[in-house]
Design a protein around this ligand. Sequence first.
Ligand SMILES: N[C@@H](CCC(=O)N[C@@H](CS)C(=O)NCC(=O)O)C(=O)O
Length: 225
Amino acid sequence: MHLPILYSFRRCPYAIRARMALAYAGVSYELREVTLKNKPKEMLDISPKGTTPVMQVFMEEDFIVLEESLDIMHWALEQHDPLNWKDLPEKSLAIAQQLINTNDREFKLALDRYKYPNRFPEKSQEDYRQQAEEFLQVLELQLQSRSLTGEAQAFLIGDQQTLADIAIFPFVRQLANVDIDWFLSSCYERLQQWLKWHETSAMFELVMQKFPVWTSDQEAIVITP
Ligand SMILES: N[C@@H](CCC(=O)N[C@@H](CS)C(=O)NCC(=O)O)C(=O)O
């Protein structure tokens, strides 16, 4: 049977979190690197909305298409969940869900405006950063409360990295990189440590490997975590 196919864009934060979940779950897949300016027909045929990531999973004689990064992450965990991320206490999972929702809605909106203030001239870049900071404050408090239990490195909901961390980290990374000097001199010290931990992790290094843009005549690139 054909390996699952992931249409991915290397720098896309949604695609990054999907690739991280696949790496965590140890799922092998065929990676098709795309450019957003010229999306391949094969991807648009199965997912006309045209966002990355898209995953095509083959069944006996059929296939399913996962066209939301969170669906790909949950599917990956269904395949294999070595650290039992799915079995965290219900309260932690509810907090994770809430954090991911805020990340994907309010924070992402503010992040886009902070990143491209020229496209949103209604307010200043600093105003947009302040909007985004509301979420940074939530994350910082979450990390502070967890580090009180004495762990060397704090994570958002568990004693180790979980789905919540990898779902949110690529977006915080984007925000930090808009003005890294500001971020590193900001008061979000736990968040700085958390970001650094993730950026220097083997998992992140693995999923950020560079590959040429996919064309249908090239040999398949298979990712085996
Ligand atoms: N809700 C989607 C959002 C994915 C998304 O918006 N990806 C961006 C790239 S980071 C995209 O493909 N945008 C379409 C485009 O730029 O043409 C998900 O979670 O997978």
